[in-house]
Design a protein. Structure first.
Length: 277
């Protein structure tokens, strides 16, 4: 019985993959590839393996799996985060898969196939954990976060609600040149705390034990999405179908387990934050 079920599931996955390959626009079939932009500086999402200098991370594995279901090669292109959206708009890349949050403002030019969840998470130096037992202990302190993200706005909203409304001084927000810069400034003692995505910190803490401590729970949850130009609805739908197949055949679950991001996994695909049939 178990063998028959496994065979049926495998055949279903193969059938779904074939269907999605058929729905891929002819332009990409003829090229035999899709070009995906990423910014490999955010482990475990997308980064260069320090041992091999090869692209790795759950974004990379999910993108490669989608390419397999579509029947084309994935060509990865390293692109600065600031250039991602313009690169899609000018056809330098076909998709964005680089830990980009699905935000309403970005939906003016992009559609997002949502594949992961992310929350804003405070953290401090491990040696100062006793000073910051609760997130409200950060009121009046300086917190650094990448200015390229929505983290500064999330922190400001949290500070207004949890600090100012309780009569405490607001958090002082320092916009940094990326999350790595925030961590560097934290280690150097220039800021009291940092904030970045909840999907990344457990991985970093495993790599560098006794370096950071989480403070409070993640907040301001958003989806991470595969960005597609609004001018390419057929490509968006093909990618969405391929991602459904990646979930259905168990590949997505294996990737999630490999990188230890189970709390951030989605149970089903959505587009622009809305469940998709």
């Amino acid at each position: 019985m178990k063998l028959r079920i496994a065979v049926a599931a495998a055949l279903l996955a193969i059938g779904m993959a074939g269907t999605e390959a058929q729905t891929l626009p002819e332009k990409y079939k003829a090229a035999g590839k899709i070009v995906i932009g990423t910014t490999p500086n955010y482990p475990p999402v997308t980064f260069l393996d320090p041992q091999t200098n090869q692209l790795t991370g759950y974004d990379i594995e999910i993108g490669n799996a989608i390419g397999e279901r579509l029947g084309v090669k994935v060509e990865w292109q390293s692109t600065s985060f600031e250039q991602m959206i313009s690169a899609v708009a000018t056809d330098r890349i076909d998709l964005i898969l680089g830990g980009m949050n699905d935000l309403p403002a970005r939906r003016e030019t992009l559609d997002f196939v949502d594949y992961m969840k992310s929350g804003t998470q405070f953290f401090v130096q491990y040696k100062r954990a006793g000073e910051f037992k609760d997130a409200t202990d950060l009121c009046g302190k300086t917190v650094g976060a990448s200015r390229r993200t929505n983290f500064p706005k999330d922190i400001a909203a949290w500070s207004e609600e949890r600090c100012v409304k309780s009569g405490k001084p607001p958090i002082k927000i320092l916009g940094t040149e990326g999350s790595a810069d925030a961590r560097a400034q934290l280690r150097q003692g220039r800021i009291e705390a940092g904030a970045q995505g909840s999907e990344s910190l457990p991985y970093l803490m495993k790599l560098d034990p006794d370096t950071y401590t989480l403070v409070g729970e993640p907040f301001a949850f958003v989806y991470q999405g595969i960005g597609v130009s609004k001018d390419r609805p057929e490509l968006r739908d093909a990618v969405a179908g391929a991602f459904k197949a990646v979930i259905a055949d168990g590949t997505y679950g294996k990737i999630v387990d490999k990188y230890g991001v189970q709390p951030n996994a989605v149970s089903a695909m959505s587009i622009n934050g809305e469940p998709s049939k």
